[in-house]
Design a protein around this ligand. Structure first.
Ligand code: G
Ligand code: G
Ligand code: MN
Ligand code: NA
Length: 256
């Protein structure tokens, strides 16, 4: 409860920060975009990790105003980078969205308004969500995802492979990108099963014409095998750790 009160005050004060972790084209090292990661620097508890407060924000409904702050702030950072981004002008910004936000009436209006206010083209925005959004079909998730797609925004499935992945959802829902969960990458060299799953998901993405991001690449061996298997994109501490928004353009590779 104490933490919830702090969280409420922090949401009202906008006392958060976004770090960004690049999404990298594995063949070239080029950055195609970056994922916004929410940080809460708490006056006494230190930096509170998202896993400690996102569930609380979801249960209390605070994730709705907080998520709107994340979206607007991420787009503002993208605008600030534009003149300094020598990598590419179609550099994407990915924002994590919780099911609770999607279920909120007016979410599509919030996204529409945030895009208009920032002037960022919709194609540049990626909304990351977990497979749990599919459970909530009754709540009109499909209609919301279609409306987002109609705006031109892309949808990524985060932590893919760990959740409720009835694969039929990939046909029925407008998904653009799969993010293969880092647990599979962690087991890539150790277990035949994780390598088989990774191969299968790479094939699935190719067949369904989806983009694929391997998460949590931490070693050169993992990077090399993912390249060999034909995985196009990746993210991970080996490639680049999350960094403060201000420092991103200076680190962005200028070309291949
Ligand atoms: O940044 P870190 O690896 O600690 O993130 C842990 C978890 O918190 C991840 O699952 C990530 O998707 C989630 N997360 C990070 N930022 C946000 C955010 O802005 N909104 C939501 N809903 N989840 C986030
Ligand atoms: O669930 P999601 O994919 O949004 O989680 C993002 C989280 O993963 C962030 O908190 C980020 O710090 C973390 N992360 C990013 N790269 C790596 C990595 O290479 N290894 C590990 N263990 N975590 C990572
Ligand atoms: Mn994510
Ligand atoms: Na993930």
């Amino acid at each position: 409860i104490a933490l919830e009160e702090d969280l409420r005050a922090a949401v009202e004060a906008g006392a958060f920060r976004l770090d960004f972790q690049p999404i990298v084209e594995l063949a070239t090292g080029m950055w195609v975009g970056a994922e916004a990661l929410l940080r809460w620097p708490h006056p006494t508890r230190g930096l509170v990790p998202p896993l400690d407060f996102i569930p609380l924000a979801e249960d209390s409904g605070l994730v709705v105003p907080l998520g709107e702050w994340v979206l607007r702030t991420a787009l503002q950072h993208r605008v600030a980078w534009t003149p300094r981004l020598h990598c590419r002008q179609d550099f994407c910004v990915s924002v994590n969205v919780s099911v609770r936000q999607l279920a909120e009436p007016g979410f599509v209006d919030v996204v529409t308004d945030a895009l208009a206010a920032s002037g960022v083209p919709p194609e540049v925005l990626v909304l990351e969500m977990t497979e749990s959004v599919f459970i909530d079909e009754e709540a009109g998730t499909l209609a919301v995802l279609r409306a987002l797609r109609d705006l031109g925004v892309r949808i990524a499935l985060d932590d893919f492979g760990t959740g409720y992945s009835a694969l039929s959802y990939l046909r029925r829902f407008p998904v653009d990108i799969l993010k293969l969960d880092r647990s599979f990458i962690a087991g890539l060299l150790g277990t035949a099963q994780d390598q088989a799953v990774t191969r299968a998901v790479i094939g699935l993405a190719q067949q369904l014409d989806l983009d694929l991001v391997a998460e949590g690449i931490e070693t050169y061996d993992q990077l090399e095998i993912l390249r060999q298997l034909g995985c196009r994109l990746g993210q991970g501490f080996l490639l680049q750790k999350p960094m403060p928004a201000d420092t991103l353009p200076a680190h962005c590779p200028s070309s291949a």
